[in-house]
Design a protein around this ligand. Structure first.
Ligand SMILES: [Ca+2]
Length: 282
């Protein structure tokens, strides 16, 4: 073979695929997000409720690409952003991260309280944003559930910030995202809305339930609040906590929602921030 005399040349040894992954150049990561069709179409539970959403607003940001080997950040996009999944019928563009070293990177991000600087990535209701800013909510979810002639409204704010990552890539089961030189790689942050109605933790195969939530309307005003959910013993209501320290139904839902984010479809992410038994008074 006759090659230019380059010291330690990868050209002489590496096949093309390795060159594009390790050539020392940079690429882009295009970040998109959505919560599947479920928030728009509503969720049918196993106990006979149709749960429809008026809004499901989430604040998020702090996207970090980091070295799979060393864990140090190589590229970041702070945001913050905010989205209403009840009005997202397809993947929403969030941001494009430039100058990302061409390599495989772990992918992480956070959900956190909506800030006045949060950029809406779709049409987020102004009155909901105002409530979230005033109350310090990371997520706010409201809607109506119906079963036969029963109709129960719900409106819940979640202050919990959750840090996600590293994430498995749901498209191929690999770690994070692979960035190739001079190419754009898409990273999709998926929120699985069905976690809201799970009756079991520690599995992605939980049942979907609303009977206990509907029954929590202690003042019978037709709307279930987070305070009313806090008065429900989650084990007595038939929920399976899988050893997670959640005592009441709002704790349970808060924890389950904290596990809802995935990468590229169903790729699991390590979630930190909600350990159960949290900060409200009992
Ligand atoms: Ca009520």
């Amino acid at each position: 073979m006759s090659l230019p005399a380059a010291p330690r040349s990868r050209l002489s040894l590496a096949p093309l695929a390795l060159l594009t992954a390790c050539g020392g150049g940079v690429g882009q990561v295009e970040v998109t997000t959505w919560a599947e069709e479920t928030v728009i179409e509503g969720i049918a539970t196993d106990d006979g409720w149709q749960v429809d959403f008026d809004h499901w607003v989430t604040g998020f940001g702090e996207i970090v690409l980091s070295s799979v080997d060393k864990g140090d950040a190589v590229a970041e996009a702070e945001g913050p952003w905010v989205a209403d999944w009840a009005q997202a019928d397809a993947l929403l563009p969030v941001t494009t991260i430039d100058e990302v070293p061409a390599d495989r990177h772990d992918f992480g991000f956070s959900t956190h309280v909506v800030l006045s600087s949060s950029t809406p990535v779709n049409d987020v209701p102004a009155d909901v944003l105002e409530v979230m800013l005033n109350e310090g909510y990371a997520q706010h979810i409201a809607g109506v559930a119906t079963k036969g002639d029963q109709s129960v409204a719900f409106s819940w704010g979640f202050p919990t910030a959750v840090s996600y990552g590293p994430c498995t890539n749901g498209q191929d089961g690999t770690d994070g995202v692979a960035v190739n030189e001079d190419e754009a790689t898409e990273a999709q942050i998926w929120f699985h809305a069905d976690h809201l109605l799970w009756d079991e933790l520690g599995t992605e195969e939980a049942g979907l339930a609303f009977d206990a939530i509907a029954a929590a309307d202690a003042d019978a005003d037709g709307t279930v609040t987070s305070e009313e959910l806090e008065a429900v013993d989650v084990v007595a209501a038939g929920y399976e906590t899988a050893g997670v320290d959640v005592a009441d139904l709002f704790d349970f839902i808060t924890f389950s929602v904290s596990q809802m984010a995935h990468l590229n479809g169903g790729g699991g992410c390590t979630a930190r921030g909600y350990e159960g038994g949290h900060d409200h008074d009992h």
